[in-house]
Design a binder for this molecule. Structure first.
Ligand code: SAM
Length: 426
């Protein structure tokens, strides 16, 4: 070879969108291409981004392969860089083109490190002084697969097992389940992590027990969203709650949770729980006035099916169906991750429930980008989050149920907001 390396730069067009947006499929395709080309894989690192996109690199003994996929354009750009003459990079290119069902590709081959332009230098290396070992060293290749959720400026990446445990494109959203190293199983809806085994108790204990103990005697509760079952799991711990209506728009979220997150979803079988597969907006429109003690909006972000759950009209309907001492709790986004939505929703609640009847409380959830997340607590004519909670009763309840986050002190402390959050809510 008159050059140290051969570098093929390849553009693949009109690829299968699902395939080039599936990190496990892309990784597998790249590893197979390396093998077919005769390369020895040392390490691979692949990332998939929300809402779409995959990037990955494979380090081979003979240099590297890399890929960046833009599913939104059906496009993948690939670098196949090999050195030595034991690897045929074109075999890898042809394989990837068919693997990703590209309608066509364009390529350019560069000779890298043309020997006639190089001068040999005297490199002193301990390796070369050692007697060459007979048996070629066994190369144990390692792989890293990362899931990344991000907005324009902030990203959260979680390393996972590489295989997608569950994937379903429902009429409403893409539902995925992964086994991550740090947070156990995670449920991902349209690229956003909605719950993680490792810390979901933080979210679910705070969304359920704060209103359940703040209300004097809650018996009828409405949960909108919450198809993973975590909020209901915490609510059914309260014996005096007689009826829980769970309104989830996407039955496939419930099915995925029952199959992969039974810890959360099993409580959906409690006889007090009535599951309605329906759009929360429609369900609430059909509810009589003053029918609930507590309404919990356990939705994900204001996009896709959840958009309708972040409107003034919808919150006014919640106000109508709450009893006179009713409490509304919403997942109100993060003062650190999506500030504008956070500010807007609280202004909206204050317009409906009144300046002094709206409170914000915070929790710390590492599996959500920025780790700081909030809930809103709005009441009609109720005394607010602090009037009713009884220390002994709460702490007895917490130890009996072996709660890991919520307690009487956390109940009170969570409403103590840092100055910058108070400023945002002004
Ligand atoms: N804790 C999570 C978060 O903060 O991202 C949310 C969990 S929960 C899984 C959100 C649920 O709301 C999803 O199952 C989704 O299908 C459901 N959902 C979204 N829009 C809805 C709507 N309009 N009516 C009822 N459920 C809805």
């Amino acid at each position: 070879m008159f050059a140290l390396g051969r570098h093929i730069i390849a553009e693949l067009y009109n690829c299968d969108l699902e395939k080039i947006n599936d990190v496990s499929f892309v990784e597998k395709g790249m590893l197979e291409a390396a093998e077919i080309a005769g390369a020895t894989v040392i390490n691979s690192t692949f990332h998939h981004f929300s809402p779409f996109g995959v990037s990955g690199v494979i380090v081979i003994q003979e240099s590297h392969f890399s890929i960046h996929c833009w599913p939104e354009f059906g496009f993948a750009s690939v670098d196949i860089y090999t050195c030595g003459d034991t690897v045929d990079p074109w075999k890898a290119y042809e394989y990837l083109k068919s693997k990703f069902c590209a309608s066509h590709g364009s390529t350019m081959e560069l000779n890298r490190g043309q020997k006639n332009l190089l001068t040999t230098r005297n490199v002193h290396s301990t390796e070369s002084e050692k007697k060459p070992s007979r048996k070629p060293k066994e190369i144990k290749s390692t792989r890293n697969i990362w899931f990344t959720e991000r907005n324009e400026n902030i990203a959260l990446s979680l390393k996972h097992s590489g295989e997608r445990l569950y994937y379903y494109k429902s009429p409403y959203q893409k539902i995925e389940i992964y086994q991550t190293e740090a947070f156990g199983k995670i449920m991902v809806l349209d690229g956003n992590i909605v719950c993680a085994e490792e810390d979901e108790y933080v979210y679910h204990e705070m969304i359920a027990h704060v209103p359940a103990f703040a209300h004097t005697n809650p018996s009828k509760v409405l949960v909108i969203g919450g198809g993973d079952g975590g909020t209901v799991r915490e609510l059914v711990r309260h014996e005096h709650i007689e009826k829980i209506d769970l309104v989830e728009i996407d039955e496939h979220v419930i099915k995925a949770a029952q199959q992969f997150l039974p810890e959360l979803a099993n409580s959906l079988n409690d006889k007090r729980v009535h599951i309605h597969i329906n759009d929360g907006v429609e369900f609430v429109d059909g509810c009589p006035a003053e029918s609930y003690d507590i309404v919990i909006i356990d939705s994900d972000d204001p996009k896709g099916p959840g958009e309708g759950l972040f409107t003034e009209k919808f919150y006014r309907e919640i106000y109508r169906i709450l009893k006179s001492d009713g409490i509304m709790i919403t997942q109100s986004e993060s003062p650190r991750f999506n500030q504008q939505i956070f500010k807007d929703v609280f202004q909206c609640y204050r317009n409906i429930f009144g300046e002094n009847n709206v409170h914000c409380y915070l929790m710390y959830l590492p599996s959500f980008p920025s780790g700081m997340w909030s809930f809103s607590f709005s009441t009609k004519n109720h005394g607010g989050p602090f009037t009713n909670p009884n220390k002994d009763r709460i702490n007895k309840f917490c130890s009996y149920n072996n709660l890991k986050y919520y307690s009487y002190d956390v109940h009170n402390a969570s409403f103590v907001l840092p100055k910058f959050v108070q400023e945002m809510l002004k």
